[in-house]
Every structure is written in structure tokens, then in C-alpha cells.
Write a protein that binds this ligand. Structure first.
Ligand code: KG4
Ligand code: ZN
Length: 343
């Protein structure tokens, strides 16, 4: 089969986004994402509700992805799906659906590691390219569920150099936002106010964590005490200082990430840095990376935003590479809530 004729339907359901995508080779023909709004009122993802919402969304989302790609089910070469890591109840919906569809269509089934997918999203063809960063490179995956620095030697040869010991960086943004009275998910709002504020007005301690690991729970506690102390003196403190507080928090988080990246780059001698995950939308992080291109001589890579947040197109690109290798899953494959990036 010619490479450009490989049509993959990919399904992602690891957390709170139900997504389906159709790829022809490395090109994305459609990428439909149904984001679950139900969790907003709870201030975070409720696993049981996520699983039920996936069940409601999955059929219409797959239909839409096929229709947008103008593709008939019978033209599909394989079905790829997120096997893990993620919430078990959510993963089960995508896994069962993918297995049934592959069986019904008599096409191969491809299991995909969600964390590998965040990284391989850099190889999705954009404007006819799709070459992605040259190996080896360093990948920083930052989202509501992950914070990792990964050494990527090849498509399926990855090693975690550092990761968070507690909260993910997106959680750090969201929990800080909550302490400031902002709605969930607060990360984008912190970013919005930060852009209008002065980052040097308040200072928060950076954690001292060995090696390339991260920790964000201490920052959350220090923000909590700071807010309690200041609002006891002036109940309107947050309202009056929101922009400067957000800018100062963002500067602290960005500093933590960039410091570790610099350390990882020195340690490995690699200056190609690729970031992914929903938090890569953050303006402070983007600016800091642009600065590091000048100061450190890095080449940085940030995928299009729709391929940074959870989406099925990134599952599809991994599916494509596995298809080329003939790396198919058995019908007995089961979802894996804890699934290391190295298998
Ligand atoms: O990748 P993603 O859509 O979902 C997963 O968590 O897997 O990432 C969502 C996270 C949330 O914590 C959200 O607050 C954060 O990314 N986020 C941001 C920004 N945009 C999204 N955090 C800071 N600044 C942003 N601009
Ligand atoms: Zn993710």
C-alpha cells in the first residue's frame, strides 16, 4: 500500500475531551474535539461524569470526523486509540469503541501511548512539511495532567529525564486561579491578567527539587498563605492587585520550567526543545522560549494549539508510524491507566 493511501481513524478519550480524527498519511483531514463542560461547576474533572460524557459523545464525534474528512468507514486502513495513561473509566470507552470498530471493519487495531502522542504531535504535517524536530531532541510536556521533560532519541525511543513529584503545571495554574476566585479552568485567565500586570510586584518561592524533577504543591501553599495574609488586612486586596498577582505567579511558574529545561539542555548537550500540552499556550512560557532561542541558541518547536491540547490527531500520527512498522494490537488489549512513556 502506498504511504499516502494510509487512512487512520484515531480516538482519544483519556481525560475529559472526546476526540476523533482522520489522517491520510501524516496529514490531518479532520480533528473533532468535544470538550466536556460538565466539570466546570465542580472545579475539576469528575472521573465518573467524564466516562458517561464520553459514552454520549463518542458516536457523534466519530461520525463528524469521518464526514469532515469526507471518508467512508470502508476506506479506513486502521483504527488507533489511546490505551493510556489516563482515567480508567474514560479510557475504557475509547478502547472498547475502537476494538469493536476495528473488528467490525476487519482492519488492524493500533494502541497508542498518550504521552508519546503529545510528543509525536510535532510530526503532524503542516503546510506540506511534517518533518518535526531532528532526533535527538528534548520535549517538555505541560498540561493539566502532565509535566515531563523527555529525551526523545527516536519515534519510539523516549526516556523521562524529569517529571513532577506532585501537581502538574496546569494544575498549579488552575489551583492558583481558584485561590484568586477565578473559575475553572483558570490557567488561561491567569495568562490573560498576567499580560496586563507587572511580574515583579510580588515574589513567590521557587521549590528546590533535585535533578530535573518538578514540584508545584509548595507554590500553591505559599499562594494560599499570601492570599489569606493580605485579604485579612484588606478584603479587596485580590481585586485591586489581580493583574500583578497573576503576572507574578506566571513569572514564577515559567521560571521553574525554563530553569529545568536549561539544566536538561546542559546535561544532554541537546538544544532542540519541543513543547506540547495545553499549557504551551501560555504567553509567558512562549516568550521565555523565544528569549532562550536568543540567549541559549536553542531551536524551539511548538505545535499548533489544537495539537497541543488533548486531541485525536496526535493519536493518529502515532498510529501512522506504528502502521508503517506493522505494530498492531491484539483484540485482547486492555486500557492501561498507568502507562509509562517507555512502554
Ligand atoms: O492539554 P490540556 O488541554 O488537557 C490536559 O490536561 O491533558 O491542558 C489543560 C490545562 C489546564 O490546566 C489549563 O488551565 C491549562 O492547560 N492552560 C493554560 C493556558 N491554556 C490552557 N495554562 C496557562 N496559560 C494558558 N494560556
Ligand atoms: Zn494530555
Amino acid at each position: 500500500m502506498k504511504r499516502e493511501k494510509i487512512n487512520i481513524l484515531a480516538i482519544e478519550s483519556s481525560c475529559d475531551d472526546t476526540s476523533a480524527a482522520v489522517l491520510r498519511g501524516k496529514e490531518v483531514l479532520s480533528n473533532v474535539v468535544a470538550t466536556q463542560k460538565i466539570h466546570e461547576e465542580y472545579g475539576g474533572v469528575v472521573p465518573e461524569l467524564a466516562s458517561r460524557a464520553h459514552q454520549q459523545h463518542i458516536v457523534p464525534v466519530v461520525h463528524q470526523a469521518l464526514a469532515k474528512a469526507n471518508m467512508d468507514k470502508r476506506e479506513l486502513s486502521a483504527i488507533a486509540f489511546t490505551r493510556g495513561p489516563g482515567l480508567m473509566g474514560s479510557l475504557l470507552v475509547g478502547t472498547s469503541f475502537a476494538k469493536s470498530l476495528a473488528m467490525g471493519l476487519s482492519v488492524p487495531l493500533i494502541e497508542v501511548n498518550h504521552m508519546q502522542a503529545h510528543i509525536l504531535a510535532h510530526f503532524i504535517a503542516e503546510d506540506g512539511d511534517g518533518d518535526g524536530p531532528q532526533f535527538p531532541f528534548l520535549a517538555l510536556t505541560i498540561s493539566g495532567g502532565h509535566t515531563q521533560i523527555v529525551l526523545v532519541r527516536d519515534y519510539f525511543d523516549m526516556e523521562i529525564l524529569g517529571e513532577t513529584l506532585d501537581d502538574a503545571v496546569g494544575e498549579a495554574f488552575d489551583k492558583s486561579a481558584k485561590l484568586l476566585g477565578l473559575p475553572y479552568p483558570g490557567g488561561p485567565l491567569v495568562d490573560k491578567y498576567a499580560r496586563q500586570g507587572n511580574p515583579d510586584v510580588f515574589s513567590f518561592p521557587k521549590p528546590k527539587v533535585k535533578g530535573l524533577d518538578f514540584s508545584f504543591s509548595g507554590l500553591k501553599t505559599s499562594i494560599l498563605y499570601f492570599v489569606q495574609r493580605e485579604t485579612a488586612k484588606d478584603p479587596d486586596f485580590i481585586k485591586k492587585n489581580l493583574k500583578d498577582i497573576c503576572a507574578s505567579i506566571q513569572k514564577t511558574i515559567t521560571g521553574i520550567l525554563v530553569d529545568k529545561l536549561k539544566k536538561a539542555s546542559k546535561q544532554t548537550g541537546i538544544d532542540r526543545i519541543a513543547i506540547g500540552g495545553g499549557v504551551s499556550a501560555n504567553s509567558g512560557i512562549r516568550k521565555a522560549l523565544q528569549q532562550a532561542e536568543k540567549d541559549e541558541g536553542w531551536t524551539t518547536y511548538i505545535p499548533k494549539f489544537e495539537y497541543c491540547t488533548d486531541n485525536a490527531a496526535m493519536i493518529g500520527i502515532v498510529g501512522y508510524f506504528k502502521y508503517l512498522e506493522g505494530s498492531f494490537a491484539d483484540q485482547a488489549v486492555s486500557a492501561k491507566a498507568r502507562y509509562g512513556i517507555d512502554g
